[in-house]
Ligand binder design. Structure first.
Ligand code: BMA
Length: 368
């Protein structure tokens, strides 16, 4: 082979590689994920090497002393930046009602999500689904038959299929002005290693949990929902085996994480450090993105919590995001992000202004 042929071959190879690059295989678990959903996962993976995005649940819907006021956001009003990630909650959408268990109208949630997407932010969704067997809420753990009852062949399967219809309709209705479907990080059946929700560890077998997850993912995909990244998030655990035990599989999960709250009992930092190390090992083994899917210290009793306690746990850990739970409008003292005038506002501001903590203005374009 002379030099000319070699360079021609090299050129052909390069061209072939370049065309591969133009149409990369989606890394998203859903092989039919929309281009924006697949791009989001790719870009989040790149971004995690630069820093951890900060998020807040229901950030635009309400806060301390206000509910549904255009332009208000406790997080932004306290620190001057919007969070990069916005959490939402669809609990009770499954019942066909018009508002969530936290009294937020689903039509408004759709508007907020649209607003977030237009700003270039990331939307994530949790689901505190009602107990389909007993009629109680997500925390009704009076029966260990619930998961079995909604799987195919179970007495409540038809009910659950209707719930999936409603969820699918909602996810498919999330569209930008140009009709593009808005990508969402969906995080159902969370805190699965705990036993306080009907899908928790003592309430179903590993096989049932996995079947529930897959049935839900397959059910939504079959109903035409392809704008979801799937987040599998645990509560407490002390081994990778506990994360593996109920893992629905690489074809059903994109992000892996855990929820951890500082109850000021002194063991939070050690616990989060240990869980993060195990999570990173688990995430690396499955090529998934790790995140701290919920955290906070209720009522922010320590005004230096964000930098003194939280930041050392995030630094250098490669977590995609950390999300603070909601600033409730309906429960006194139930808040996790600073609000204007609160003693921890300067501390939260210092946290989000760190180079490796990312707010909305620092994440660039994630959907291309
Ligand atoms: C919990 C609390 C509840 C809320 C639920 C779902 O942690 O904040 O008040 O209803 O989450 O958002």
């Amino acid at each position: 082979m002379n030099l000319k042929t070699l360079s021609a071959t090299a050129l052909m190879t390069l061209t072939a590689l370049a065309s591969c690059n133009e149409a990369p295989k989606s890394a998203a678990s859903d092989p039919e994920a929309t281009p924006q959903t697949a791009a989001l996962l790719t870009n989040l993976t790149t971004l995690a090497a630069r820093g951890t995005m900060v998020g807040h649940q229901d950030a635009l819907a309400y806060g301390i002393g206000w509910y549904d006021e255009a332009g208000r956001c406790d997080f932004r009003d306290a620190c001057g930046h919007y969070p990069a990630l916005f959490g939402w909650e669809v609990g009770e959408l499954e019942l066909g009602g018009d508002h969530s268990l936290d009294s937020v109208y689903f039509n408004r949630i759709r508007d907020y999500m649209k607003q977030v997407y237009a700003l270039g932010g990331v939307n994530t969704m949790s689901w505190h689904a009602r107990n389909p067997l007993t009629g109680g809420d997500a925390w009704d753990v009076s029966s260990a038959e619930v998961v079995g009852s909604i799987l195919p062949g179970g007495e409540k399967n038809a009910v659950y299929e209707q719930w999936l219809d409603r969820l699918a309709d909602f996810f498919k209705s999330l569209k930008a002005d140009d009709g593009t479907l808005i990508p969402v990080i969906f995080r159902p059946f969370h805190e699965l290693t705990g036993s306080w929700f009907w899908w928790g560890r003592d309430l179903c077998t590993p096989e049932q949990y996995i079947a529930l997850w897959r049935h839900t993912a397959d059910g939504l995909r079959t109903r035409g929902v392809h704008n979801l990244l799937w987040a599998y998030s645990a509560a407490g655990y002390t081994s990778v085996g506990e994360l593996e035990e109920r893992y629905p599989g690489d074809a059903y999960v994109d992000i892996v994480g855990f929820d951890a709250y500082d109850m000021l009992t002194g063991d939070f930092s050690d616990d989060v450090r240990a869980r993060t190390a195990l999570l990173r090992e688990f995430a690396a083994a499955h090529h998934k993105l790790p995140a701290l899917t919920e955290t906070g210290s209720e009522g922010l009793k320590n005004p230096a919590w964000f930098n003194e306690v939280l930041y050392p746990l995030l630094q250098g850990q490669g977590l995609s995001y950390v999300m603070f739970w909601r600033n409730a409008h309906d429960i006194a003292g139930h808040f996790y992000a600073a609000w204007p005038g609160h003693a921890s506002a300067p501390d939260m501001t210092r946290l989000v202004e760190r180079d490796d903590i990312l707010t909305l203005d620092e994440i660039g374009s994630l959907y291309q």
